[in-house]
Design a protein around this ligand. Structure first.
Ligand code: GLA
Length: 386
């Protein structure tokens, strides 16, 4: 199985809008999902992350509302949802439409005008796979609102608005990586983000030039406890930073971390501190033109750290990582928040089929649902499509 990218999503959102409303939308905008190459659970510790934007994207066609309230429809959902963009506040719109209404709220809170809109949403970012389908929707709404209002809002400000929707409207206590990747992504580039001040450096990542591919393997593992566990990890990190007397774990030294009394808190902090070092080392290696195969051991070390110290992997994920490595991947790790989701494997272009088959065989042997593999290709960030 594959997750094909539907390059016609823009056309579908636009034509669906036109068919329903008997008029063209005022515009069509998109924002992508993301994969994180390395730097997991560092973004809410003022640390470093290195994601890239995927070709899979949320697409939004929008125009002024025919009625007095805003209405959003999604190709993936049966029922439309109606809300007032001018007055909506947190708590009013539950479920999938909360990402849309929440971004309208956050955009308004940032001081910009938000008209009532008719919205048609389509997305080929797999939902629940740790590829930031929700940040893609928020970011698409953000660029659309800026475009419709005719105001210049930079990508970092839009990412902060989108994150505010996620944190304060939807109520998910995430960091800011996903929205920044969706806004700043660029074809052929990684987004090296310092989350302390949101500075971004685009890092070239030309795998085809080295006969390499970054395979994304969706484990399709159910991740029921992800929400609560994520919040618990945040609290562990805050406890560690407080015990160390530093503003955030970004500022902690490994020697001091090793002296923390509580075993669980010590291991959580060790993951964050060593992961920040791994991100910077990957950026250094790629920056001096090292063969990308050389980052493989850092991907492996990141996975081990997530598995043993941060404890956010699950059997489906560990099995995929081990099968990919045994079939010749140069490095493999879970990507995203954890408790399911996707694995990335750095493979020789010629080994992609063997790695995919090895993971499929490992899953079949355990009676698990087949995984879904597709190439992770660094792609463009949010923009207007038409
Ligand atoms: C989720 C969150 C991000 C980040 C990752 C883990 O994707 O949305 O902010 O914390 O988990 O790196």
């Amino acid at each position: 199985m594959t997750h094909g990218t539907r390059h016609d999503t823009g056309i579908r959102a636009g034509t669906a809008f036109a068919a329903r409303h008997d008029r063209s939308p005022a515009g069509v905008w998109f924002a992508p999902g993301r994969v994180n190459l390395i730097g997991e659970h560092t973004d809410y510790n003022d640390g470093f992350v290195l994601p890239f934007a995927l070709p899979q994207r949320a697409v939004l066609a929008a125009g002024p509302a025919a009625g007095r309230r805003s209405t959003v429809r999604s190709t993936q959902e049966a029922e439309p949802v109606t809300f007032s963009a001018a007055t909506v506040v947190p708590g009013e719109v539950p479920g999938w439409a909360g990402y849309v209404a929440g971004t309208c709220w956050a955009f308004r809170e940032a001081g910009y005008p938000v008209p009532e809109l008719d919205l048609e949403l389509d997305s080929d970012v797999p939902v629940g796979a740790g590829l930031s389908s929700s940040a893609a929707v928020e970011s698409a709404v953000g660029v659309a609102l800026a475009g419709l209002a005719g105001v210049e809002v930079g990508p970092t400000e839009l990412a902060r608005i989108a994150r505010r929707a996620e944190n304060e409207f939807v109520g998910a206590p995430t960091g800011g990586m996903d929205q920044m990747a969706a806004m700043h992504g660029r074809a052929g580039r990684l987004v090296f983000l310092d989350t302390r001040d949101d500075t971004v450096e685009l890092v070239p990542f030309d795998l085809p030039a080295h006969d390499l591919e970054l395979l994304v393997i969706d484990s399709r593992a159910p991740h029921a406890h992800a929400g609560g566990e994520y919040g618990q990890r945040r609290r562990d990190c805050e406890e560690a930073a407080a015990a160390l007397g530093v503003p955030a774990l970004r500022d902690a030294l490994l020697d001091d971390v090793e002296r923390l009394a509580d075993d669980r808190v010590r291991r959580r902090a060790r993951h964050v501190v060593t992961e920040n070092d791994r991100v910077r080392e990957v950026v250094r290696l790629l920056g001096v033109g090292t063969d990308p195969r050389e980052i493989g051991p850092l991907l492996d070390a990141s996975h081990t750290s997530m598995r043993d110290d941060f404890e956010i992997t699950v059997p489906h994920i560990d099995v995929a990582v081990e099968a990919a490595r045994a079939a010749g991947a140069y490095g493999a790790r879970m990507t995203g928040g954890g408790f399911g989701g996707c694995v990335i494997a750095l493979c020789g272009a010629r080994d992609v089929a063997a790695v995919t088959e090895a993971v499929e065989a490992a899953y079949a042997g355990r009676g698990w649902t087949a995984p879904v593999a597709f190439p992770g290709t660094p792609s463009a960030g949010a923009a207007r499509l038409g």
